[in-house]
Write a protein that binds this ligand. Structure first.
Ligand code: ADE
Length: 271
């Protein structure tokens, strides 16, 4: 997969050299190219922003600079050699912004199947909206939010998305089952977060590992894990628990939910 990232702070992306993503880059599974947006600004100060039309606080990123940057990265800039883009195709463009569609495991999976992604990191009040309008006619453009809080810019959001997407690429995780078992991954544990995990020693500062995990009984272990996932989802994510599909619940699930005084399908959850 090819990933292009355009930002005025390329230094933010140093973490992409380490750990799983760094290894995937070394192996060639991921081809990450980070670009300095100011390289496409032509005045002495390499200006990338200007005051907003209509007034208001802050600054807005200039469309001309972004247009040149994106055209160049896509290989469609005036004077570009035809066919310089990856496989002659074009990237799917992701613009991180708190006003975008929510990023989720499902979207991460969808993006992990793309051959080429282009992340356009906005700063200040964001990028002139005509940039998204212009490229929407040529590329698939998604404005994406990683959560209901406001960051200083899109860089950290891109790091989050690249890690979530990168670990889903074939061969990136040491154990492919890890991605299958994830909270939010599709499957029977869908809409359940993962329960607690333990390793050796069996007793630490007087705290014991639950005996069932030492029993070697796979069926009981699986059942215990599911119970704990349900308990934790009800406690920490009642809105997710309320969305559990009754069709996916067995008798024991229903009994546990009853013990927890939790009714699936209830919208106003006061747990
Ligand atoms: N830029 C600023 N805040 C953001 C958020 N929550 N998600 C994505 N990009 C952002």
């Amino acid at each position: 997969m090819r990933l292009d990232i355009v930002s005025i702070f390329p230094e933010y992306f140093a973490p992409l050299d380490v750990s799983l993503i760094g290894k995937a880059r070394e192996r060639g599974t991921l081809d990450v190219r980070v670009h300095q947006l100011r390289d496409w600004a032509h005045d002495v100060h390499r200006t990338v922003d200007d005051t907003p039309y209509g007034g208001g606080p802050g600054m807005v990123m200039k469309p001309e600079v972004w247009g040149e940057a994106i055209d160049t990265v896509c290989g469609t800039a005036v004077g570009a050699v035809a066919g310089t883009a990856a496989g002659g195709g074009s990237p799917r463009m992701i613009v991180p912004t708190p006003s975008g569609r929510p990023f989720s495991q499902e979207l991460a999976q969808e993006l992990a199947e793309e051959p080429w992604l282009l992340f356009a990191c906005g700063r200040y009040e964001g990028i002139d909206s005509r940039v998204m309008e212009e490229y929407s006619s040529r590329l698939r453009v998604d404005e994406v939010s990683i959560g209901d809080y406001v960051l200083a810019g899109g860089e950290v959001a891109v790091l989050v998305m690249v890690e979530a997407i990168g670990r889903l690429l074939p061969g990136v995780l040491g154990n492919a089952q890890s991605a299958v078992d994830d909270s939010f991954a599709p499957g029977s544990m869908r809409n359940l977060v993962e329960g607690p995990v333990y390793t050796k020693p069996p007793v630490w500062r007087g705290h014991e590992v639950p005996a069932v995990l030492l029993s070697g009984h796979h069926g009981n272990v699986a059942r215990w894990r599911r119970d704990e996932a349900i308990r934790r989802t009800v406690r920490n994510r009642p809105e997710l628990a309320a969305e559990l599909d009754p069709e996916t619940l067995d008798k024991r699930d229903r009994k546990l939910l009853e013990e927890l005084s939790f009714r699936v399908g209830q919208k106003d959850v006061a747990n």
